[in-house]
Design a protein around this ligand. Structure first.
Ligand SMILES: O=C(CO)COP(=O)(O)O
Length: 271
């Protein structure tokens, strides 16, 4: 992530916490309150670094109430959405419902959805389009498993997921889209991809977006890295030119740790 001479980033850094299936709605409120207090104590400048959380669906109404009531500058979103608008889809959640709850973002194609729920590239493309249709910005997750990484075909594999996910989007949608590169072998394993691995893939993703949508668009799309991010490795990853933010799992459940990741710039100075 490069900065211009006035200290502004090319794209606004985006630090997102994916709570996964953790935190019931009472615990979720406490976590968000603690995060907001910690960031407020540290005088975090939200205009400089955007912060978002992705709680379970059952927490979203409580999160909305807290964000509105305390006027918090924290965005929130769903961890998944249906490709359909409404109807006989038991257990699914429409993008329209997420919009109504004030969700700004929604995760699409997290590796845990791709593997545990067998979500195909076609379904994920439909979900990406459904998110835009309902005014919610998709965060499209892509990334390879260990075997693919060991075979050395990780760039091709990930770009195939990307191409399928963004198929049929307009350039404006591609510019608004957020893409999260999450190598499956680095998720929840403590095995973090090196900054150069994150940069290699994010540069490849940006080059592919440039091919598909043009350079002006690709220069706007925010690209995140996710996989075993902690406060002590966040700053080094974010120093990379094409990495615009982080999608944090386990460490986002600890408000002090997550706040330190959000405040990565203070570590850039001391690293
Ligand atoms: O999957 C992730 C975020 O979506 C990463 O999870 P961890 O940070 O726990 O490795």
């Amino acid at each position: 992530m490069t900065t211009s001479t006035n200290g502004a980033f090319d794209r606004k850094p985006f630090i997102a916490g994916n709570w996964k299936m953790n935190m019931d709605h009472v615990q979720g409120i406490t976590l968000l309150q603690k995060l907001a207090w910690t960031l407020s104590d540290a005088k975090h400048d939200y205009s400089r670094v955007e912060v978002a959380v992705f709680p379970p669906f059952t927490d979203l109404r409580g999160v909305q109430t807290l964000v509105q009531g305390d006027d918090l500058d924290v965005a929130y979103g769903g961890q998944d959405l249906s490709q359909f608008d409404s109807g006989a889809y038991t257990g699914d959640i429409s993008g329209q419902f997420l919009n109504k709850l004030g969700c700004k973002y929604v995760l699409v194609g997290h590796s845990e959805r791709r593997t545990i729920h067998n979500e195909s590239d076609d379904v994920l493309n439909a979900k990406t389009k459904a998110a835009f249709k309902h005014g919610v910005t998709p965060v499209l997750c892509v990334g390879e498993g260990l075997e693919v990484r060991q075979a050395g075909t990780h760039v091709n594999h990930t770009l195939e997921q990307l191409r399928a996910g963004v198929s049929g989007l307009t350039a404006d949608q591609a510019a608004e889209l957020v893409v999260a590169y999450e190598p499956v072998w680095a998720i929840g394993t403590g095995e973090v991809a090196g900054p150069e691995d994150a940069q290699e893939m994010c540069a490849a993703i940006r080059a592919e977006l440039e091919q598909l949508f043009g350079a002006d668009t690709a220069a706007k799309t925010r690209l995140l890295y996710g996989g075993s991010v902690k406060a002590n490795n966040a700053a080094a990853i974010l120093k990379e030119r094409d990495v615009d933010g982080l999608l944090v799992g386990g460490a986002s459940l600890d408000p002090a740790e997550f706040a330190n990741i959000v405040r990565f710039e203070s570590h850039l100075v001391t690293d």
